[in-house]
Design a protein around this ligand. Structure first.
Ligand code: HEC
Ligand code: HEC
Length: 325
């Protein structure tokens, strides 16, 4: 009893100490609370350092002028519209954790802050006398002018569900929902969904991330086809979500009649595959999967990898021109 009392006493002291430290740093941070990016939150010299890093590590995708290319623009109204709703720490975290896209996690906090300083400078925000800190707590206190704050949203009613804001860009929706689901359907072209499961020898030794390791045998093969077909049909409205951007930052062309037509084709193809799957006949599903393939292809041909544009563009993958006709 006495022992445990002593222990908890020690813990208390420790907690009190932490509280004191936290208290003092809160005070330091509070001094900065009212800062916005317009108040000279970086130095000229820091922006110069940031520019050097940017040109080396970022400009290949976001262009030398930050106007965007393979990746979205990092300056301009749309960019500020999007990031201006959040404290500067969000932008810095996005960069530090996920950029450069092929080498995430290779920037130091200082380098990230320097790049953000350069981005602010490009956005015509004046420098000041104190460098932009790499400390997240400090960056959290720097916001954008009130005009950029997100407008208060009225609560959604069931009828407005279609105005649910997007959680990701179009490529992420494609890779996350359409790609795995359609691959399940296409697998029925070569493997009978009704055939008994055989675990290939050594399959339990597969290493690296594999999304079918967990739960790959919970549902039967035919059920997997059913659910994939439903998810494809149900995902069609996601093509029309207002406010979604493509990976290169361009808005998804949701008002374009062709885009809407291709979206309808996707919904129809999903339903057709579902209907075919309900027959539990591999041949029937295999035929319906061609309709699905066409639905993906028809839209991609225009908006993703139009052959003429692929030829014209310097980058063979031509991502900068995606989502335009
Ligand atoms: C290989 C190409 C590539 C490189 C190099 C690259 N990016 Fe990106 N970046 C992208 C793509 C694609 C996206 C959109 C997908 C995403 O948000 O992850 C993106 C998104 C971003 C975003 C979010 C923009 C927005 O409006 O959502 C920021 C900020 C950003 N990059 C900054 C940087 C910085 C800073 C560097 C250099 C340190 C860098 N990127 C290097 C491809 C790249
Ligand atoms: C209404 C038009 C449309 C339809 C239908 C469509 N896509 Fe896409 N898809 C696009 C566009 C545009 C992009 C490029 C997105 C971007 O850059 O953000 C894309 C990108 C992709 C990507 C990412 C490519 C990459 O660079 O890694 C995959 C995978 C994909 N689509 C799969 C599919 C599949 C599978 C289907 C059919 C089940 C499908 N898509 C149907 C328009 C469409």
């Amino acid at each position: 009893m006495r022992f445990s009392f002593k222990r908890s006493g020690k813990t208390l002291t420790f907690v009190a100490l932490i509280a004191a430290i936290a208290g003092s740093s809160t005070l330091a941070v509070r001094a900065q609370q009212s800062q916005t990016v317009t108040q000279g939150v970086y130095t000229q010299q820091q922006a110069v350092r940031g520019q050097t890093i940017y040109m080396e590590r970022c400009s290949s995708c976001h262009s030398e002028s930050l106007a965007g290319g393979l990746g979205p623009p990092l300056t301009g109204d749309d960019f500020i519209q999007y990031w201006g709703k959040e404290p500067l720490s969000e932008l810095a975290n996005k960069i530090k954790a996920t950029m450069p896209q092929k080498e995430p996690g290779t920037l130091t906090g200082q380098q990230t802050a320097d790049i953000v300083a350069y981005m602010l400078q490009t956005g015509k925000l004046s420098p000041g006398r104190i460098e932009l800190s790499a400390d997240e707590a400090v960056l959290k206190q720097i916001t954008w002018p009130a005009g950029n704050a997100a407008p208060a949203k009225p609560p959604l009613s069931a009828g407005q569900i279609s105005s649910f804001p997007p959680a990701g860009n179009l490529t992420q929706v494609m890779r996350g929902i359409l790609f795995p689901s359609s691959n399940i359907v296409f697998t029925a072209q070569t493997v009978d969904p009704g055939a008994p499961r055989v675990v290939p020898e050594g399959a339990d030794r597969v290493s690296g991330f594999n999304w079918v390791i967990w739960s790959s045998d919970i549902y039967t093969g035919w059920e997997f086809i059913d659910y994939a077909a439903v998810s494809l049909a149900e995902s069609a409205p996601l093509m029309l979500t207002p406010g979604r951007r493509c990976e290169n930052g361009k808005p998804v062309p949701i008002d374009d009649p062709d885009w809407i037509k291709f979206t309808m084709e996707l919904a129809e193809a999903g339903k057709a595959v579902y209907k075919a799957s309900q027959t539990r006949n591999q041949e029937t599903v295999s035929d319906a999967s061609n309709q699905l393939n066409d639905a993906c292809f028809n839209c991609h041909e225009v908006y993703r990898d139009h052959p003429e544009r692929v030829m014209r563009a310097e980058d063979p993958s031509n991502k900068a021109a995606r989502c335009t006709k």
